[in-house]
Write a protein that binds this ligand. Structure first.
Ligand code: ZN
Length: 450
């Protein structure tokens, strides 16, 4: 078997590059995801409306989170789900509520780090701003309208101290205090430049009508293929827009392959495919739209009930449901190869990575692992396995949170990455295609006997 032509490596990478460049914030990632799914025939549903009953592909968007699912034309209400979960947020510097600062003849913006960023990587980059602004509006029932903006201009810079004033930094190592040393410069002057006035220009509103905002910085350098044979991708936010994009591509593909959203299949599908992209993974997932929220469980339950099922059918469906928590995996760094577990080296362009950790920082168990192995076999791609050294702690994902929240078998897998949480990470150009093909096979496993 070979990888499906739908997941051609070069086409997938150029799609991913466009997706990343257009998604400097979780809100923009959701907007891009919405566009991709609507192009594939999905319909946007308002969560306040009744859950759709008719066969078709649907999605809901809740701030920086998105959930897409398919209602097949046939199949019992207790049919289990195959879910791919990922996250839309990445570490960055976020603007404080009263950000206007002046110091030593400089205009600056007060910021707060979001998530576990590699502080040093934000130094001396040309930073832009993006996010969501709440604007007073007579048209909206709530009196407030949320508007997105994405300013691609290089506006800000966190300037590093010259080496001459920091003798010994190369021997001592660089220590940055987030309150003191990560404050970006955005102009010269003895009086503060009004950030609210800037926001007003960005969203076409009077400063007095700006009632709130979620605004963040991003590196303005675009994603790019690099390397001797362009076999690598250097890009911001690969953790976890790579998984978000691969999941969206996989869902659109399996829906199209089944004849379009809600098409009459010849045999009842064994699973209903679903994709959920959560906000707030980098800060613990506890929000109304994070992985610790009822977002996923509620969508599964409402889908079962809308199909004519009962609460009993909901629990029956969960018994066979599997979630793939899709997030990035640490590739072996050649300068620090000793930090990796022997026998578990991870290569860029080596294929998707199954992630295993006995203290359940990753949710994978043997049975969950089997679903990923079968998906890789079906997609015709190799599988790598990651385990940490026993003397080193390990990061986590939405996997264990989702497993505990919904109560379903969950498996952690990802694509290999270097420099995770740097402002600019490094991946392999052949991986996104193999990753998306694997997620598609996971969402729609070939039924035994086929
Ligand atoms: Zn991640």
């Amino acid at each position: 078997m070979s990888t499906d032509a739908a997941f051609d490596p070069d086409v997938t990478v150029s799609g991913l590059i466009d997706f990343i460049d257009a998604s400097p914030s979780p809100f923009h990632a959701v907007e891009q995801g919405r566009r991709l799914l609507i192009e594939a025939g999905f319909v946007l549903v308002d969560e306040a409306d009744p859950w759709p009953v008719a066969p078709g592909g649907y999605l809901i968007a809740r701030g920086g989170s998105l959930l897409g699912w398919v209602v097949p034309a046939n199949g019992a209400p207790h049919t289990p789900f195959r879910v791919v979960g990922a996250h839309t947020d990445s570490p960055n510097l976020r603007i404080k509520p009263r950000p206007d600062l002046v110091k030593a003849g400089w205009q600056m913006l007060a910021v707060e780090p979001y998530g576990g960023l590699l502080n040093n990587s934000w130094l001396d980059r040309d930073l832009g701003l993006s996010g969501r602004v709440a604007v007073r509006s007579g048209d909206a029932a709530s009196g407030v309208q949320a508007r997105l903006f994405h300013d691609r201009d290089p506006l800000l810079r966190v300037a590093q101290l010259a080496v001459h004033l920091d003798r010994g930094v190369n021997e001592r190592g660089l220590v940055l205090n987030p309150q003191q040393h990560l404050v970006p410069l955005w102009g010269l002057g003895d009086r503060p430049s009004s950030f609210v006035a800037y926001l007003g220009e960005q969203v076409g509103a009077e400063p007095a009508d700006i009632l709130g905002w979620d605004v963040m910085t991003h590196d303005t350098q675009g994603a790019a293929r690099i390397g001797r044979r362009r076999e690598l991708i250097a890009a911001p936010r690969m953790d976890n827009l790579t998984s978000s994009y691969a999941a969206l591509l996989a869902l659109s593909h399996v829906t199209r392959a089944a004849g379009g959203p809600g098409a009459e299949a010849t045999a009842a599908a064994a699973y209903r495919p679903m994709v959920v992209l959560f906000d707030h993974e980098e800060v613990g997932s506890r929000s109304e739209r994070g992985a610790a929220s009822p977002l996923l469980a509620a969508a599964i339950e409402r889908t079962v009930l809308a199909a004519g099922g009962t609460r009993e059918d909901y629990w029956r469906a969960l018994a066979g449901t599997v979630v793939a928590s899709a997030d990035m995996a640490h590739a072996t760094h050649p300068n620090y190869a000793e930090l990796h577990e022997p026998g578990h080296h991870i290569a860029l362009n080596g294929g998707p990575v199954l992630k295993v950790q006995t203290e359940l920082k990753y949710a994978t168990d043997g049975v969950g692992a089997a679903t990923v192995r079968l998906a890789c076999e079906q997609a015709g791609v190799p599988l790598q396995v990651f385990a940490t050294r026993s003397d080193m702690p390990c990061g986590s994902t939405i996997g264990p949170i989702t497993a505990g929240q919904v109560g379903v078998t969950t498996v952690d897998l990802g694509a290999p990455l270097l420099s995770m949480h740097s402002v600019r990470e490094l991946g392999g150009a052949a991986d996104p295609g193999m990753y998306a093909a694997t997620l598609a096979a996971f969402l729609a496993p070939a039924q035994s006997g086929e």
